[in-house]
Ligand binder design. Structure first.
Ligand code: ADA
Ligand code: CA
Ligand code: CA
Length: 230
């Protein structure tokens, strides 16, 4: 795996800590990305993680949009994380390679993004459930590779976009939003430039910042025929 993702690991992550020891369920500061091996579930047992800003290259300027920040977690294919608070500084959140589940994750103040599938990765089925995310100056969840995404029981506030398919990419992305409530949305609930972005939604509620009709921003630039309510 190290060879396959050599470029990514060297430029984006550096040294990693393998998630082997069982977390104590308290608060701790991390200085390296936590790597969760294939098909392993990391159970934080309610722990609060805080990134050491220097070691993790966190951007502490307003909006925290630096692109060289380390992720808190790197999830190998089939790996999952549950019961963790990713606190400020949010850095580059959680990187997912594909076929991952995030369950009961809180991002009280997301960094550059809260979770993403980078373009280096195969992608696959991604489930984000029973979670909440706040203060994402730009994107909450970012997808740069083909995925089948299910966001279920998610509450969020203050964000540019809940979901962003990487700008100018044309790959196929499926997004299912089930029981999702987002408030303080600045620019879109989902934004994509791809004609192959398909959205299904159920019990989705949203509130935009400012006044005026924002109805064309809910699924921004997504072909209306690709959106289904169920
Ligand atoms: C920006 C950037 C992409 C990618 C993305 C991300 O959109 O242009 O190349 O890095 O952020 O995954 O955070
Ligand atoms: Ca980014
Ligand atoms: Ca990012």
């Amino acid at each position: 795996m190290a060879e396959m993702f050599d470029d990514y690991l060297n430029t984006e992550v550096g040294a990693v800590t393998c998630a082997t020891a069982a977390p104590a369920g308290t608060s701790r500061t991390i200085t390296q990305t936590i790597f969760v091996p294939p098909n392993v579930t990391y159970d934080g047992k309610g722990e609060t993680l805080k990134a050491d800003a220097t070691a993790m290259k966190c951007d502490l300027t307003a909006g925290e949009q630096g692109e060289s920040q380390r992720p808190y977690f790197l999830l190998a294919p089939g790996a999952s994380v549950k019961n963790v608070t990713v606190s400020y500084p949010g850095c580059d959140g959680i990187h997912m390679m594909g076929d991952n589940v995030l369950d009961n994750i809180a991002w009280p103040d997301a960094g550059e993004d809260a979770a993403s599938v980078r373009s280096y990765f195969p992608g696959g089925k991604i489930t984000i459930k029973n979670s909440n995310g706040h203060k994402a100056a730009d994107k909450m969840f970012q997808f740069n590779a083909p995925c089948d995404v299910r966001i279920e029981n998610f509450t969020g506030s203050e964000m540019g976009k809940l979901v962003r398919q990487n700008g100018d990419t044309m790959f196929e992305l499926h997004i299912d939003l089930n029981t999702v409530n987002v408030t303080g949305v600045i620019s879109a609930v989902v934004q994509s430039d791809s004609p192959l972005c398909y959205i299904r939604h159920h019990a989705l509620t949203y509130q935009f910042t400012g006044s005026g009709d924002k109805s064309d921003r809910v699924f921004r630039d997504v072909p209306p025929g690709n959106v289904t309510a169920y």
